[in-house]
Design a protein around this ligand. Sequence first.
Ligand SMILES: NC(=O)c1ccc[n+]([C@@H]2O[C@H](COP(=O)([O-])OP(=O)(O)OC[C@H]3O[C@@H](n4cnc5c(N)ncnc54)[C@H](O)[C@@H]3O)[C@@H](O)[C@H]2O)c1
Length: 255
Amino acid sequence: MSLQGKTIVITGTSSGIGAEVAKLARFQGAKVIGVDRNDPSLTLDGFVKADLSSPAAIDAAVAQLPAQFDALCNVAGVPGTASGELVANVNYLGLRHLTEQALGRISRGGSIVNVSSILGYEWPKRLDLHKELATTKGFETGAQWLKEHPVAHETCYQYFKEALIVWSTVQSQKWFLEKGVRMNCVAPGPVFTPILGDFVQMLGQERVQADAKRMLRPGFADEIAPVIAWLCSDAARWVSGANIPVDGGIASTYL
Ligand SMILES: NC(=O)c1ccc[n+]([C@@H]2O[C@H](COP(=O)([O-])OP(=O)(O)OC[C@H]3O[C@@H](n4cnc5c(N)ncnc54)[C@H](O)[C@@H]3O)[C@@H](O)[C@H]2O)c1
């Protein structure tokens, strides 16, 4: 696999999984432009500081991106210990807005990778709702729909990861056919990054201990990054509309 000659925009590069994807993509020959609300602590080829919960800030960030690039990795995210509104805005509405605004700059043969989660695994239970939300046009219309269809705070992280999987799946083929741009999700299980503690707090000890018996250990960010990088590469040119678990097998135990 090579990313030689590619320019890749990655969100969430200032920590955890996003930082590992950036490091690996540069090692594979790509130029990496990071986008994050915090300053990066690794070498990048470009960096745009932006709050990805705000459509105006996203528009300003997109204006600073290269006129053309090859892949967009939407890695930035917040855990369910944040407010429900912030989770909705960063993990779903903002991600969708950034992707839609950036799409015209992604070259034919390009790739979009969205980081979902094992916690989005139960999307089929709420498919109709997620499909309805997926048809809302733009950040504000999506936010209005959510006011009319409120989401419980305790499960908002799961809800918006489910919604992300459904939006990515239903939207992907249109863009692949029209623009030649693929879109996929990568669904990590628990990963040792700074937000793992928030997930423990969010899910409670009982669920965490039950999940611990289903897997060897939580993953490392450098075990998630290669799958994201591969999806950006030409080796994955026929992969689109997928949600790929990278979770040490935990998803297989939910059947
Ligand atoms: N760590 C896990 O166990 C786990 C499991 C499944 C999925 N995920 C998902 O992986 C992705 C990366 O998470 P991580 O574990 O690397 O967490 P992390 O906290 O280490 O990194 C998240 C990054 O997103 C950035 N970010 C958050 N809100 C932002 C905003 N409003 N504007 C701009 N940047 C913002 C942060 O500054 C940070 O750099 C997230 O989408 C998360 O939901 C994580």
